[in-house]
Ligand binder design. Structure first.
Ligand SMILES: [Zn+2]
Ligand SMILES: [Zn+2]
Length: 338
C-alpha cells in the first residue's frame, strides 16, 4: 500500500480495513481498535475505575491485545491475570506463558500460572484418555472450556474481582451466537449479551472488551505491536465440534462477500436481545450436590463433576487453594445481589 492514511492524511497506510473501506496507518489502526474496545466497555458499563479485574489470558495473540488495551486504561495494580495450562502432550504452553509473563511484567501486571491438573487433579489429556478408555465420547474442547471457566471463576472469587475479563473477539462471539441459535438454545443466546446478569451469585460476571474487534484485527494489532504471533496449535484442534467449525467457515465466507457482516450481526443481536437480557433471572441456578458450585436446577451434578464422573473420577479433589471460597458471598455487582 503506497497511499496515505484515510484518517490522519499524513502517515503511510499499512492496513486496509475492509469493513470500513478505509486505509489506515499503524497509529490510526491501533487507535481505532483501542477506541472500539473502550467504547464497548463504556457502552455496557463492563467495569468501573478502581474495580479489581480478573484477566483470563491464554498466551495467544488476543491475550496480548487485551492486556495492552486494559493496562492502558485501567490501574495495573487492580488487574490480576491468570493463565491456565491445559496439560496436552506436545503443546508446549510453558514457553508461551513465560513470554506472556515477561510482557505482562512490563505493564506492571503479574500473571498467576495454574493448570487444570492443579484444580481437578487431572490434566486435560488424562481426563480425555480416561473417558475414552471407558468408551465415553466427550469432546476435549468441552472438558477444556468447562474446566477453564470454573478455574477463572474460582480465582475471581478468591481475589474479590468484580469482573472476569476474557479476550474473546468478534468472530468468537458471533460463532457462539450462531451455534446457540442452531441448537435452539434461547437461554444461551440471551446470556451472551453483555447486560445479562450472572445466573448465580457464585458466578463473577464475565465481560469481553474485544467483542467488536475482528480476529484479523487482533492478529494485525499483535503484529504491529511486535507481540508474539506464533501460537502453539492444540493437538485436539481437529476434534473441535464440527458445528462450530462449519459455522466459522460460513461466517468467514459471508464476511468476504460482504465485509462488516459479523459486526452488523452482533450489533443487531445486541439491540434485539437487550430487553431480554436485562430480564434474565439472577438466581437461576442450583448448587451441585458434590462440589457446591452452580448447576442447572434440573441436575444434581454440575457440568464439571459430571464430566469427571464420565472419566471415572467420582470423588474429584478440587484444589484446596479455594477451600472456603464457595461459602463466601458473591462479588458485589451493580445489581447488588451480593
Ligand atoms: Zn493515520
Ligand atoms: Zn460439582
Amino acid at each position: 500500500m503506497s497511499s496515505v492514511c484515510d484518517v490522519c492524511g499524513k502517515r503511510p497506510a499499512v492496513v486496509y480495513q475492509a469493513h470500513t473501506g478505509r486505509k489506515l496507518c499503524r497509529e490510526c489502526f491501533l487507535n481505532d481498535v483501542r477506541a472500539r474496545a473502550i467504547r464497548e466497555i463504556k457502552r455496557w458499563r463492563m467495569f468501573e475505575e478502581g474495580d479489581t479485574l480478573l484477566l483470563g489470558l491464554s498466551g495467544g495473540k488476543d491475550s496480548y491485545v487485551l492486556l495492552d488495551i486494559l493496562a492502558r486504561t485501567h490501574d495495573p495494580g487492580k488487574i490480576v491475570a491468570v493463565s491456565i495450562i491445559e496439560g496436552i502432550p506436545g503443546y508446549n504452553r510453558e514457553e508461551d506463558i513465560d513470554r506472556l509473563r515477561r510482557v505482562a511484567r512490563d505493564y506492571g501486571v503479574d500473571v498467576i500460572v495454574t493448570s487444570i491438573r492443579e484444580y481437578t487433579g487431572h490434566s486435560l489429556a488424562e481426563m480425555v484418555l480416561r473417558a475414552w478408555r471407558r468408551k465415553v465420547r466427550v469432546s476435549p474442547c468441552t472438558y477444556c472450556g468447562i474446566s477453564r471457566r470454573r478455574i477463572l471463576n474460582m480465582y475471581a472469587r478468591m481475589y474479590g474481582a468484580r469482573r472476569t475479563v476474557t479476550a474473546h473477539n468478534l468472530d468468537d462471539e458471533v460463532q457462539t451466537a450462531v451455534v446457540n441459535l442452531l441448537r435452539g438454545d434461547r437461554i444461551g443466546l440471551i446470556r451472551l449479551h453483555p447486560l445479562a446478569p450472572p445466573a448465580s451469585p457464585l458466578i463473577v460476571p464475565r465481560v469481553k472488551p474485544l467483542r467488536k474487534v475482528y480476529e484479523w484485527e487482533t492478529a494485525t494489532y499483535a503484529y504491529l505491536m511486535g507481540f508474539p504471533m506464533q501460537e502453539t496449535e492444540c493437538m485436539f484442534i481437529n476434534m473441535a465440534p464440527t458445528l462450530r467449525a462449519r459455522v466459522r467457515e460460513a461466517l468467514y465466507q459471508a464476511e468476504t462477500v460482504r465485509p462488516g457482516s459479523l459486526l452488523r450481526m452482533l450489533e443487531a443481536l445486541d439491540t434485539i436481545l437487550a430487553p431480554l437480557a436485562v430480564e434474565a433471572p439472577r438466581d437461576a441456578l442450583g448448587r451441585c450436590s458434590r462440589c457446591g458450585e452452580p448447576t442447572s436446577p434440573s441436575r444434581s451434578l454440575c457440568k464439571l463433576c459430571e464430566l469427571l464422573e464420565k472419566a471415572g473420577v467420582e470423588k474429584p479433589v478440587y484444589s484446596h487453594l479455594f477451600a472456603g471460597s464457595t461459602i463466601k458471598s458473591g462479588p458485589t455487582h451493580s445489581g447488588g445481589e451480593g
